[in-house]
Write a protein that binds this ligand. Structure first.
Ligand code: RTP
Ligand code: MG
Length: 139
């Protein structure tokens, strides 16, 4: 499979708990190259826009307030088979179900505060990366 890209956020819980460095280490050690990266904070409006695909879901309000509750790290990552391999690296949405050694198993406490985001398709990786970064930010 050709080299391609995914998009991630280190979520407010993992930032607040001091896991930025460890998570970036795991990501780089797993063969991902950083294409773009930013330390920033989402407003509730921006978080709502980012997760608009979930707006009919019962958890949407909690998700938006959590994702705007503190700073995050947003990044575009590159690797062969990036989307699928990154989802494998982060583990199941609920850390209680996440496989041993995955980022969510190691650093997340709950399904709401689950440490990291990973795009679920090539198309969404492109959309989500462009939500934060312009062509001038990607290297
Ligand atoms: P993400 O988009 O953040 O990488 O997570 P995901 O693909 O594994 O899960 P997704 O279905 O896209 O849901 C987005 C986030 O919403 C929260 N969620 N809560 N209470 C629930 O049933 C529930 N389901 C999802 C999670 O924090 C999830 O990361
Ligand atoms: Mg998702």
């Amino acid at each position: 499979m050709a080299t391609n890209r995914t998009f991630t956020m280190i979520k407010p819980d993992a930032v607040a708990n001091g896991h930025i460095g460890a998570i970036l280490n795991d990501i780089i050690a797993s063969g991902f190259r950083i294409v773009a990266m930013k330390y920033t904070k989402l407003s509730p409006e921006k978080a709502g826009e980012f997760y608009a695909v979930h707006k009919e879901r019962g958890f949407y309000g909690d998700l938006v307030s959590f994702m705007s509750s503190g700073p995050i790290v947003a990044a575009i990552l590159e690797k062969t088979n990036a989307v699928e391999d990154f989802r494998a690296l982060i583990g199941a949405t609920n850390p209680a179900d996440a496989a041993e050694g995955t980022i969510r198993q190691k650093y997340a406490k709950s399904i709401d505060a689950n440490a990291v985001h990973g795009s679920d398709s090539d198309e969404n990786a492109e959309i989500e990366g462009n939500f934060y970064f312009t062509a001038f930010d990607k290297f």
